[in-house]
Design a binder for this molecule. Structure first.
Ligand code: F3S
Length: 755
């Protein structure tokens, strides 16, 4: 059901062959990350040494995972590719669209009522195209992937930034935008800049109150939220092998918080134990057979500075429990005195109102068992909860087993709310307040990964601190942000002073995992007769119609907006309340460019409509141009389209009729997304030409019929007074990408090739 052992054995056969070739070509011992990358080259066997941080390389991932929020547009696009099945094993997980309010049973019914059309759509598309479907309540994508699909040495992409969690089981797993996932589903290669490598040597051993979470909280402090950008973080050393597999998952998970491409660990006994306990003994056997390929060459870990671009060393025996936050995951504070001083100096509320345990980061059996050992002590020592406690188990398998083993019962005796096996408060799906914007200042502690303002409960005044599950439990019981469980006493109901003992727990359930219904629905072998229904009047879903090619004649195109300064994917397609329309292109298009600043009046969502001379919202003006059959051009500054890999930021302008985007420079992923949607993404050959563009300008593309790789395009810009400027534009389209433009989109081309 869950995984394909033959596929994994195939990966291992290739690995054994390709790693040896790569080592010869590179001419030195290889890190684990390089072994995985070189054995997943799209073109097959390695032929040249790839330059880190420079070469763009095509890869062939083994798996794809999508969550319910991002899967909608990804699958709508995939349906355009004209394929009968996905080319690579793919799963869809319903975890983001479930609110945490009253507890699992009621919340799940509510989610199924509110989002049934989205869930039904995802289920039927999955069934039709050979995609494994995990129902709402089955669990959080990354825990379910770790339990069922991740395997040492594999390469996976997923439409969620915390896909990186699977590094805990020795994968190179990377979060991507929907457009990239669709390419791979449709049988195309996936491109990535060959990453730099950061080595983290872990010495010593975790003990007492220190948990794997503290390792990544420390790494975040050292590297900051940007320190991992463009790099794979590879962990090694005795501290790494002494940790559980799910603990490694926690560390890799929060690699997203330091901007890392991904993180990974070499195959070891903890991974073998985890594979065997999650019913994958055959994967463990296959991995054991090629063990040496699933970790770096010995010399690499002996002299890491010769092989990594940066090396960090952390002694786990000296590491203490940390609390990171508020508002950023890299602001680290040790528990107790330091927190007390910092909180007073910064006016952070010392009283803690909630402790939340869960999220894809920390919702394993081990996490729940260690936190419950702390909760059990509160019961045994007569302590009353000072804050509220909420728990989101990572999967139904974890929940069922934890219930069987009495773990959930301990939390419930403390009046904790057991929420659905889903993201819940981690993605703002927490109905904590009726009016979050005006809610009071407060502190919460959670075991999640992200703690930006408003992330959990929508309240900008909530100060969220990130900690291990066991520390979260202890702080919630004490009710104080500066509580140090190693030294501080609490007063129990009898007025006695009591202290916590160190937490204890089980790496894996001693009686094994158990589950009745894990929430998985296997797709039809032949899905050709499966109907995918989307209601005509649906607000949230809309089947896509293929984009018409823009064509080689663009004359009389009007300027829609000249964006000033930063124009991220969020400025182009805002998030927040618009997320509910992610599966409905026309509805979400009503937010197009509403965050971008108009260079002519420095206002947002206020541009001149050249057809009427009136000023108004950008989507309104653009819809009028479209109605009148007038093509438009968007002009932008440097690093246009930075931010997320959200394909909506390219699809929406395309849907509304924008033909070209001309900027000083692009964020590469967005530039590629524009190309995939069949648009022109161009850069000013002379970036000062940005200043030539005026509010009433008209654009004539003079030589688009000669569109070719490496050849500049010439654009005549006609100003309101009739004067003209000639602007030269560069582009990075290769032959294949020009074909996308000619076909109207990359998917149109795939469909044509399939026909
Ligand atoms: Fe879900 Fe939060 Fe993880 S949104 S996927 S639990 S980061």
């Amino acid at each position: 059901m869950a995984f394909d052992i033959d596929m994994i054995k195939g990966v291992y056969t290739k690995m054994a062959e390709r790693v040896d070739i790569a080592r010869d070509i590179v001419g030195k011992p290889l890190t684990l990350s390089e072994k995985i990358l070189y054995s997943h080259l799209w073109d097959g066997k390695p032929t040249k040494a790839l330059v880190r941080g420079k070469d763009y390389v095509d890869f062939a991932p083994d798996r794809i995972a999508c969550q319910d929020a991002t899967a909608q547009m990804a699958l709508l696009q995939f349906m355009q590719a004209g394929k009968s099945k996905v080319a690579v094993p793919t799963t869809v997980h319903c975890d983001h669209l479930i609110q945490a309010k009253e507890g699992a049973a009621k919340d799940l019914i509510h989610a199924n009522n509110v989002s049934s059309e989205v869930f039904n759509f995802l289920e039927s598309v999955s069934n039709k195209y050979g995609i494994g479907f995990w129902k709402p309540g089955a669990g959080i994508i990354h825990q379910v992937v770790l339990e069922n699909y991740a395997f040492p040495g594999g390469m996976m992409i997923g439409t969620d930034s915390h896909t990186v969690n699977a590094g805990g089981l020795g994968m190179v797993a990377i979060g991507v935008g929907g457009a990239d996932a669709v390419d791979v589903m449709a049988g195309m290669a996936w491109e990535l800049k060959f990453p730099k490598l950061i080595g983290v040597k872990l010495t010593g051993k975790l003990s007492g109150w220190t948990a794997p979470k503290d390792v990544i909280l420390k790494v975040a402090e050292i590297l900051t939220v940007k320190g991992g950008t463009g790099a794979i973080v590879e962990y090694f050393g005795p501290g790494a092998t002494s940790m559980s597999c799910t603990g490694k998952g926690t560390i890799c998970n929060m690699g997203a918080e330091i901007g890392a491409t991904t993180s990974t660990f070499g195959y070891d006994e903890s991974m073998e134990r985890y594979l065997r306990s999650t019913d994958r003994a055959d994967v463990a056997d296959a991995a054991n057979a090629i063990k040496d390929y699933l970790t770096a060459d010995a010399e690499v870990y002996e002299n890491p500075e010769n092989y990594f671009d940066q090396v960090i060393e952390i002694n786990l025996s000296e590491l203490g429990p940390l609390l990171n936050g508020p508002f950023t995951p890299d602001l680290s504070t040790t528990v107790g005195k330091e927190m007390s001083e910092k909180a007073k100096a910064n006016d952070w509320p010392l009283a803690v109102e909630w402790g939340l345990i869960g999220s894809c980061t920390n919702s394993s059996y081990e996490d729940l068992s260690r936190a419950s050992s702390v909760a059990q002590q509160a019961l045994d020592k007569g302590l009353k909860m000072k804050a509220e406690l909420g728990i989101n188990p990572g999967s139904e398998q974890v929940r069922y087993t934890a219930e069987r083993d009495g773990i959930l019962d301990v939390f419930e005796k403390l009046d904790a709310k057991i929420f659905t096996n889903a993201c819940g408060p981690c993605i703002g799906q927490w109905a904590r307040y009726s009016d979050p914007k005006n809610a009071p200042k407060n502190s919460i502690v959670h075991s999640f990964n992200r703690n930006f303002a408003k992330r959990a409960d929508g309240n900008p005044n909530t100060h969220a601190f990130v900690a291990s599950p066991e520390l979260t439990a202890a702080i919630a019981i004490s009710g104080r942000l500066d509580f140090n469980p190693l030294t501080d006493k609490l007063i129990n109901e009898k007025g006695e002073e009591v202290m916590f003992d160190e937490p204890t727990g089980w790496e894996l359930p001693p009686k094994g995992f158990e589950v009745q219904d894990n929430g998985y629905l296997a797709p039809e072998e032949d899905g050709s007769s499966v109907q995918v229904n989307v209601a005509e009047d649906s607000e949230r879903l809309q089947l896509l119609t293929p984009f018409e090619p823009i064509g080689n004649t663009i004359t009389g195109a009007k300027l829609l907006i000249k964006a000033l300064g930063k124009c991220t994917t969020d400025h182009i397609s805002m998030a927040g309340p618009w997320l509910r329309f992610r599966g409905h292109l026309d509805n979400i298009a009503n937010n197009t460019f509403i965050g971008a600043v108009n260079a002519f009046n420095e206002k947002t969502n206020f541009v001149k409509n050249q057809l009427t001379g009136e000023y108004g919202g950008v989507p309104d003006a653009q819809r009028e141009y479209k109605k009148a059959g007038v093509k438009t051009v968007v002009v932008g500054d440097h690093n246009y389209g930075e931010g997320s890999s959200r394909e909506h930021a390219a699809m929406q302008p395309r849907h509304l009729g924008v033909a070209a985007v001309i900027v000083k420079s692009f964020a590469r992923i967005h530039e590629t997304n524009l190309k995939k949607q069949g648009m022109l993404g161009l850069t000013f050959a002379n970036e000062n030409d940005y200043d030539l563009i005026q509010e009433d300008d008209t654009f004539n593309f003079l030589d688009l019929n000669e569109f070719a790789p490496g050849k500049q395009l010439t654009i005549e810009v006609v100003h309101a007074d009739g004067s003209k400027d000639i602007v030269k534009a560069n582009h990075t389209y290769n032959e294949a990408q020009i074909e996308w433009f000619n076909a109207g989109s990359a998917l149109n081309l795939i469909k044509l090739q399939n026909a």
